[in-house]
Ligand binder design. Structure first.
Ligand code: NDP
Ligand code: 13P
Length: 298
């Protein structure tokens, strides 16, 4: 392993933005499933020899990617994905725990559209890890335009980052149906309460939902057409077919599978998650207008 070497794994929108950001201070390698014409693009084997890895592949792909490709060799890992595995209901930290020791892993959260990061615009992110040492190791790699905070609430950050994608779909539906700003603000505020309740069940801290990882990322994503999840919601409100919406999008919208995961977990553990459940039903074909009626019921 080469000391202080860094590699980004997954050259999608977020992986490329993180590669750009971290390359401001040091040389950073990047690799992906598909070969790309990006500076310092290397093969996977070379990337895995780096001491510091940032993994930015979609949540639903992580387990099989780890099984097929990953060999733990003492690396320090930052996970940049936001989602819950639908097939198992497992959080990403649970999946990673079979491959990387807890003290070697952290999770990035907070409001961060890749497009803005790639323009060098300022933002603040949280590195969530059981190990503050790991935060101290990764933090200096970030450029001056990104402020990094530390939190030990890994599960809180994970729930917030995954749940806000589902709420962004709901908010896009709200906009697409022209329900007005009162409705949208009510939806987002109740969504924040809902995700905090869900997170609390799994041991999250309330303060995580009030900060960058919760309210910060939710307000960003649920208020902007820059969000892929929000755009999925807009399409659903216009009665577009999900397959067509996804073809048009051409990138991952994690909220779709995460809605299914939350729905299943809410049934399993009897957690009240009305908005996420309606999003899941709409994705399964329920009319958004019927969902609205059901959400407004006393
Ligand atoms: N975009 C954003 O603003 C932000 C995104 N995130 C999160 O980061 C994660 C990635 O998002 P993003 O980069 O935007 O998504 P994209 O759709 O832009 O890219 C996903 C990348 O993942 C790779 N990939 C897909 N399937 C596999 C697989 N089975 N094995 C290996 N690699 C695979 C693809 O690589 P290839 O192209 O080589 O085929 C693709 O480029 C998501 O969880 C998202 O929620 C978090 C914060 C901000
Ligand atoms: O997580 C994000 C910003 O923090 C990106 O959101 P989308 O995946 O909805 O574009």
């Amino acid at each position: 392993m080469i000391n202080n070497s860094i590699a980004v794994i997954g050259a999608g929108k977020w992986g490329q933005a993180l590669h750009f950001a971290l390359s401001q201070k040091q040389k950073v390698l990047i690799t992906s499933r598909t070969k790309k014409d990006i500076e310092n693009f290397v093969d996977l084997k070379t990337a895995l020899e780096c001491k510091y890895l940032i993994i930015a592949i979609p949540a639903q792909e992580i387990r099989s990617w780890l099984k097929d490709n990953f060999v733990f060799n003492g690396q320090k890992v930052l996970v940049a994905s936001k989602g819950i595995e639908a097939s198992s209901g497992e959080f990403l930290n649970e999946i990673y725990s079979s491959f990387v020791p807890k003290k070697n892993i952290g999770f990035i959260s907070g409001p961060s559209f890749a497009t803005e990061v790639k323009q060098g615009l300022p933002c603040a992110l949280v590195i969530n890890s059981n190990s503050k040492k790991l935060f101290k190791q990764f933090s200096p790699f970030f450029p001056n335009f990104i402020k990094t905070y530390y939190s030990s609430d890994v599960i809180g950050a994970e729930v917030a980052g995954a749940y806000k994608n589902v709420l962004a779909i709901a908010s896009g539906i709200c906009e697409g149906l022209n329900l007005g700003k009162n409705a949208q603000a009510s939806l987002i505020a109740r969504g924040l309460v809902e995700m905090e309740r869900f997170g609390k069940f799994f041991g999250s801290k309330k303060s995580t939902f009030l900060g960058l990882s919760g309210a910060g990322d939710l307000f960003l994503t649920a208020n902007s057409t820059m969000s892929r999840n929000y755009r999925v919601g807009l399409g659903l409100a216009l009665n577009k077919n999900l397959e067509d919406i996804l073809i048009e999008l051409g990138e991952v919208a994690e909220g779709i599978k995460t809605a299914e995961a939350i729905h299943n977990l809410s049934i399993k553990y009897n957690i009240y998650t009305p908005i996420a459940n309606e999003v899941n039903l709409i994705l399964d074909g329920k009319s958004p207008k019927d969902s609205l009626k059901d959400l407004l019921k006393h």
